[in-house]
Ligand binder design. Structure first.
Ligand code: ZN
Length: 430
């Protein structure tokens, strides 16, 4: 794949480079049908997210009001006299029932809709098989977590919100650290990027930014999806940058470099740790609110539901209900936190890779599953990454500043030259 820059976004000697006009020129390269399709896909999410919260809340109330949750706890108590085993057995039943009840919505959102928009490459059998695998992981890891959580809550009847939040945070940190080693390989095959012409510039860019890495990983994401993507995962020694095979196959080497600059930014700027710190605050506040909400609901309906108290796993649906409402209320704030980090990584990546045109091009490709040019409020509320338009504008402003700097002092390293109109690829920056 060869990078080609639209005329309106090319630098011309003697003409001031206008970032806004260049951004419009990039956006104009996307056919209107494609724009309409990705807008419809993304805007559908505006309805699906609240619907998902509502369906989840309905399922939780059903478990409580029908006494199903109480009966699951009683069944667990008949099997074992040990509190931890009872909690684990309750969890397995809870997971089975909630998965079954929310299955139709999951089929629609994750399978039918993905196919309708041409984003999925999976057969139903392959998709369902993966769901089953995910369910097994949830049964085991979720079971360990819920058992530990209830153990902590029962041992600390007064200070449980603090210890509960701490337990949740520890489990999150452990799953981030172990994810790339134990969980991700269950779903995809990870291999090392061998192609030296791609790998060497990436490793050089990493070294130049203080990161000593020997490998870049490639995932076979095309077995699930057509999406182009890359990510940083892991912490405390398991960190790795992974790009997916769709990115490799569908983009130019300059675009790969631009994306890797962005991912490197997440790593160098310690975004994983910032996120955990943010979650720590969110969890402590959430558990404090949970205590108030749980105690009130318990006083009113506890006897009818057969929930003995906060240490009783039969109250798990109430815990999940309250925390999911809290999470839904905080979602825009959470997305803004993530989007701010993404913006930082964008700027870092532009400085590291020095490929503003490639970054603009790949931002358009990411627009296949995100609305390209939302309104400002819409972007603030719904986007967990900058929109395509914002990202391209950031890149074009970077390019404008570089062009100005070059004019002022020609010794400044040049931005990559615009490629010839057709046929030949742009040379990567020296
Ligand atoms: Zn990112």
């Amino acid at each position: 794949v060869v990078l080609s820059v639209p005329e309106g976004a090319q630098a011309r000697p003697g003409v001031r480079f206008d970032p806004e006009a260049a951004t419009e020129a990039w956006l104009a390269t996307v056919p209107p049908e494609a724009r309409a399709r990705s807008d419809a896909y993304f805007e559908g999410g505006y309805w699906l997210q609240p619907l998902d919260t509502l369906v989840g809340a309905g399922v939780m109330l059903l478990l409580l009001a029908t006494g199903l949750s109480r009966r699951m706890r009683e069944r667990a108590e008949r099997v074992s006299r040990h509190g931890a085993v009872q909690t684990f057995l309750y969890w397995v039943q809870y997971l089975a029932v909630t998965t079954a009840l929310s299955f139709p919505l999951a089929v629609y959102t994750d399978f039918v809709r993905e196919h309708r928009f041409g984003l999925s490459t999976q057969t139903f059998a392959a998709w369902a098989g993966e769901q089953a695998k995910g369910l097994a992981v949830s049964a085991l890891l979720g079971g360990l977590f819920v058992t530990a959580l209830y153990g902590v809550v029962r041992r600390s009847p007064r200070a449980w919100p603090v210890w509960g939040a701490a337990t949740a945070l520890v489990f999150m940190a452990v799953s981030v650290a172990l994810g790339p080693v134990f969980i991700a390989p269950l779903f995809n095959t990870y291999s090392r990027l061998e192609e030296p012409s791609l790998r060497e510039p990436i490793l050089r860019m990493a070294r130049a930014n203080g990161v000593v890495a020997e490998d870049v990983f490639v995932s076979d994401a095309s077995r699930q999806s057509t999406r182009i993507s890359a990510n940083v995962s892991g912490m405390l020694g398991t960190e790795r940058i992974t790009l997916n095979d769709n990115l490799l196959r569908r983009t130019s080497p300059e675009e790969v470099q631009a994306v890797m600059g962005h991912e490197l930014g997440h790593y160098v700027l310690n975004h994983v740790y910032e996120m955990l710190l943010f979650l720590a605050v969110v969890l402590v506040a959430g558990f404090a609110l949970l205590r108030t909400g749980f105690e009130r609901a318990q006083a009113r309906w506890g006897a009818r539901w057969g929930v003995r108290g906060v240490g009783d796993p039969a109250g798990l649906p109430l815990v999940v209900l309250l925390l999911s409402l809290y999470g839904a209320a905080l979602a825009p704030l959470f997305r803004s936190f993530v989007r701010t980090n993404e913006m930082e990584a964008d700027v870092f990546g532009l400085n590291a890779a020095r490929q503003p045109d490639a970054f603009a091009q790949v931002s358009l490709r990411l627009g296949e599953y995100r609305k390209l040019a939302p309104g400002p409020l819409e972007e603030w509320f719904y986007f967990d990454h900058p929109s395509g338009r914002t990202r391209i504008l950031t890149a074009m402003r970077w390019k404008a500043a570089q062009l100005e700097a070059q004019r002022a002092a020609p010794a400044v390293p040049p931005v990559p030259p615009a490629p010839a109109p057709q046929g030949t690829a742009a040379e990567p920056a020296p």
